[in-house]
Design a protein around this ligand. Sequence first.
Ligand SMILES: C[S@@+](CC[C@H](N)C(=O)[O-])C[C@H]1O[C@@H](n2cnc3c(N)ncnc32)[C@H](O)[C@@H]1O
Length: 374
Amino acid sequence: MGEYFATVARGLEELAAQELTELGAVDVAQGFCGVSFQGDRELLYRVNLWARLPFRVLVKLGEFPSNDDRELYEGIQQIDWGEYLTPELTMAVTVTGKNEQLNHSHFTAVQVKRAITKQQTEKFGQRSSVDIQDPNVRINAHIDKDLCIVSLDSSGSSLHRRGYRSAVGDAPLKESLAAALMKMSGWTPDLAFVDPLCGSGTLPLEAAMQALNIAPGIFRDGFGFENWLDFDPDLFDRLIKSAEAGEKKDLQATIIGSDRNFDVIEQARSNARSSGVESYIQFAQMDLADVEAPADRGILLCNPPYGERLGRDEDLGAFYKLLGDVLKNRFKGWTAFVLSGNKELAKSIGLKSAQRTTVYNGTLPCQLMKYEMY
Ligand SMILES: C[S@@+](CC[C@H](N)C(=O)[O-])C[C@H]1O[C@@H](n2cnc3c(N)ncnc32)[C@H](O)[C@@H]1O
């Protein structure tokens, strides 16, 4: 059994814990910006391939007291790095957290690297080179009070990078946040879905991938664990093949994305092509003022612009009021969700929210407001 930690955006711990449990994780416990869990190697591969919410899955190698750089160095040297890292493999060390003595993450990372490469040189007469951009093996040292937890990063690049999005519009949502918002909305594939401000299409794309049971990691170039010495290609291949075999070919309900900006709609279409869902999503260049509901009921979810200027003659308050009017007049029977980073603007929607949930879009605290449209 391995001890794992999935890092997630602040506020998504509970949803991520639920997702990991559904994927077969055991001993699941929520932490701050992450969820710890246990499982075998197959679970590790499955979570990387299938989890829609986490950024990275870390595999714990060890934990030791680390009050200062000397203790850190000694603790790192207690780990037998030959099990994970041969001198031909490149590496990168990231450091998170700090304490009184180890309060400079760059210096802490240098100290970790020194301890590893010293051990390698003594054992092999050679050492791994450092590649910050695209290392074979990523090592994470997390300083938490007087402890250091050392892990390998099994994901490689962040899992929110699904691999389908080459093109991005203005202020695109991270795919992992989009997937979390879909989850919070309670949307299920039997319900119609509309995002009338879809930008590069992240929400409709995540909806389509969920509805078609497409593994979120299937388009990625690779995962960190594929470079590891213990990588089991047959096991991973089986998981990929079974994911491909389980993809659905039909949608139960309509998925629509529209935006008034032609260029971003073209980007959304291009992203949909890369993920093989182009024929399943209706993308349209359309102003919010012209949007109509495609069914009697469904889920509408959008993140309107906030703060940035819409245009010289336009006023964001009026835009939010228009959004409220469109919901009220054209989406009767629907449940609508609006993610907003600006409370004042949100009031201009002019509808009474049934629920508000705080969600972090990067570092920006936002509210996901729910409106029941009767
Ligand atoms: C914050 S972005 C949405 C980003 C999107 N969720 C994504 O992940 O790419 C807001 C979008 O609203 C669109 N927009 C602004 N005013 C609009 C209007 N009156 N009608 C339709 N779309 C509009 C912008 O073009 C922009 O793409």
